[in-house]
Design a protein around this ligand. Sequence first.
Ligand SMILES: Cc1cc2nc3c(=O)[nH]c(=O)nc-3n(C[C@H](O)[C@H](O)[C@H](O)COP(=O)(O)OP(=O)(O)OC[C@H]3O[C@@H](n4cnc5c(N)ncnc54)[C@H](O)[C@@H]3O)c2cc1C
Length: 438
Amino acid sequence: MINVEQLRAIVGEDWVITRREHMASYLVDETASAIRPKPAENVVLVKPESAEEIAEILKIANREKTPVFVRGGGTGICGGAVPTIDGIVISTERLDKIEEVDRDNLMVVVESGVTFGAMLQAVEDAGLFFPPHPGAENAHVGGLVACNAGGVRAVKYGVIRNFVKGLEVVLLSMLLGSKTCLIPRITKVIFRLCPRFTSSGTLLISYEDRHQAINSVPKILQSGVTPLALEYVEREVIEISANRLGMTWPAVKGRVFLIIILTGDSEDEVYAQGEKVSAICERCQAVDILIAERKEEQASILKMRSEIYSSLKEKGLVADVLDITVPPASIGVMMDRVDEISGRFHTSIPTYGHAGDGNLHPHLMIDLAERGILREVKREIYREAIKLDGVITGEHGLGVIRLPDLDLCPDGKTWELMRGIKQVFDPNNILSPGVGVL
Ligand SMILES: Cc1cc2nc3c(=O)[nH]c(=O)nc-3n(C[C@H](O)[C@H](O)[C@H](O)COP(=O)(O)OP(=O)(O)OC[C@H]3O[C@@H](n4cnc5c(N)ncnc54)[C@H](O)[C@@H]3O)c2cc1C
């Protein structure tokens, strides 16, 4: 039984929601509906405004062994924020202060419920740059850290973890035998920032064949040019995104594309990189190369790319977006195997992803769910990724929906160690039980 009165005493009457119809959007995340986990029946939603209030809630939950699910922006796509067991959902949305953009020390201090978009704007207004760019700007910074999100710029700068300078976490002291233990929930983040680059350009390279495009990727990386982003997309999906946004995909020729963002300290530097990359792509049978130099043109190409998943999901076309990652030099082979699987199962598997990192998002379309073979096809793709020394999730995480296929992964010992660590910090297993291997 959840003690609602105690929760009200901590956060105030208005911030405890018990009626189901008032919390519907807090019971789902961005996972496609065909595979989205079912939320539990008895859930109480709480909206604290401080780390102290979260600590009080966790103390009660731990004492009463009530499961707690912390929720950021709800943009996760593997069911991690969905309360699948009766319990408390803590939304961090009221921890939304951007405390400081410290220009002298190149840092930003934000509460965990600040949206990624709001933080980016504040950083840009201060003339600085936050390099990682996961595609959902409505994610919260606490969620980005909890998931160690990646995104299009990981090829040059790495993932969110590389930019975390400090965390404020709720430390719930509790007696464990004679030992005192701590349970962390993120309430504030200090990120490292970078100076802004002075010049950038986006190359849009068109190919007829996905293998020609993908085969260019290792050659670009070996050339000494490290793009800010190196993305692979296909016309079939990017045009759905463009239409939804009322935009036009600028490439007229070709079926598949590399989007390559180059940055540097001068236009000449970016131009020289562009020349080098273009020559490589031409040798790999690119059929056209467009250069976007204006900031707005570059932003609209990135926007169309970032909105692919939301567009397909909104149209009800996608049953599951996979997140396989293989060593970057193996993505060509991985693509061959995805093609072979799509042929064998008579389906189409549009794919896009962060090609520079070997992180691909093959889209399993709704026909597979309707034909009852979604899981079979998914497992075929997972097996192939693992054979290439890859993993079944590169950036989205395990959440809830990837768990049934963990038996395919050879790293059982890793899961065991992670479970052991979680047990030390959360012996009653009240924090997001059933999410991830934890
Ligand atoms: C259109 C779109 C594009 C995306 N692009 C990318 C991408 O390029 N790269 C990428 O990596 N991901 C991407 N994602 C996935 C998603 O945006 C990220 O996983 C993001 O980190 C989730 O943040 P959130 O605040 O929405 O977390 P939620 O979905 O609310 O929660 C996700 C998990 O984090 C935990 N959590 C949240 N806040 C906290 C906290 N304060 N303390 C402790 N745990 C917490 C939750 O309990 C849950 O387990 C994309 C999603 C969409 C919809």
